[in-house]
Design a protein around this ligand. Structure first.
Ligand code: NAI
Ligand code: 15L
Length: 269
């Protein structure tokens, strides 16, 4: 596949979309933006809902690849998740297939495997092929997205890199995030690797920086050519002094998904 140049960024108005709008042009991409919300200062952005199949077909026409960030990004009632994350992601894949787009980078989430116990002590890092254990309807929708991506690769030859993002924010804000944080700069590095690596078929990767307290194995991400440059460790002393260290008796510290495993999930995480 020739290196993609024109890339549709869905969810461009959101937190991660805003960060990536700032960083990805430095890699030479021309971004076409899409979100259900208008984006200030971006009059050419496509304002469309993922349920609008015609609008999606038009939005994907002529792009080399898609970064799919749009959707509900936290737990929500099942009906809402079904509409935006499950039907919406299906609609986008159908539009991509119909218009011959070769690759999608899908924003999956650590919450597809959120009920995996986090490593303690000398436990090995969590492998990428650990069984999926969604912690929410939200995590379930990411699990669906990964299976949809596999189907579209096996049946239609549409490639996907599913990135199980940890926490991509400017700084880690919790002790859990010391393990799962992905700096925005590493996020852009990983998306670039996912867009340009050869022959990915459907590849699933964890998305984080090279954190000292990492919980999962970044081998599959590195196999794309991703070389993380950041580590959350400089934030550790302050966060642990403020919040205390991880407590093995606290359910929200016991699993990858943090507070998402509680019923209902407790915010902030
Ligand atoms: P966000 O909630 O800030 O942004 C999501 C964007 O999607 C919003 O701008 C929203 O308007 C748009 N959207 C929602 N439903 C839509 C629909 N039906 N049609 C069109 N647009 C719609 O979330 P954030 O943090 O930017 O995350 C982006 C993606 O990355 C999400 O899919 C999220 O699940 C995933 N992710 C993010 C993580 C993070 O640390 N920020 C961690 C793991 C996954
Ligand atoms: C996610 O999947 C969410 O979209 C994001 O807002 C964070 O909560 C992140 O996971 C996390 O686990 O910290």
């Amino acid at each position: 596949m020739p290196a993609p140049r024109t890339v549709l960024l869905t969810g461009a108005a959101g937190g991660l979309g805003t960060l990536m709008r700032g960083l990805l042009p430095d890699y030479g991409y021309e971004l076409r933006l899409l979100d259900v919300r208008p984006i200030e200062g971006e009059p050419d952005a496509v304002v469309a809902d993922l349920v609008d199949k015609e609008a999606l077909r038009e939005a994907v026409r002529g792009v080399d690849a898609i970064i799919h960030l749009a959707g509900i990004s936290l737990e929500a009632p099942f009906e809402k998740i079904l509409r935006s994350n499950i039907e919406g992601t299906y609609n986008l894949y159908e539009a991509a297939r119909e218009e011959g787009v070769g690759r999608i980078v899908f924003a999956s989430s650590n919450h597809a495997v959120g009920f995996t116990p986090r490593p303690q002590g000398d436990d090995p890092l969590i492998p990428i092929d650990a069984p999926r254990r969604p912690d929410t309807f939200y995590g379930l929708s990411k699990s669906f997205g990964e299976d949809l991506a596999q189907l579209y690769w096996d049946k239609f030859g549409l490639e996907t890199v599913s990135v199980r993002i940890g926490s991509c924010f400017p700084e880690p804000t919790s002790v859990r995030m010391l393990s799962v944080w992905m700096s925005p700069a590493d996020g852009a590095r990983l998306l670039h690797a996912a867009l340009t690596a050869e022959g990915v078929g459907h590849t699933v990767v964890y998305g984080s920086s090279a954190n000292t307290r990492l919980w999962w194995d970044l081998t599959s991400a590195r196999s794309l050519g991703y070389e993380p440059q950041d580590d959350s460790e400089p934030y550790a002393e302050k966060l642990i002094a403020e919040q205390g260290d991880l407590d093995p008796d606290n359910i929200a510290h016991a699993y990858l998904g943090g507070h998402f495993v509680s019923d209902p999930p407790i915010w902030p995480y």
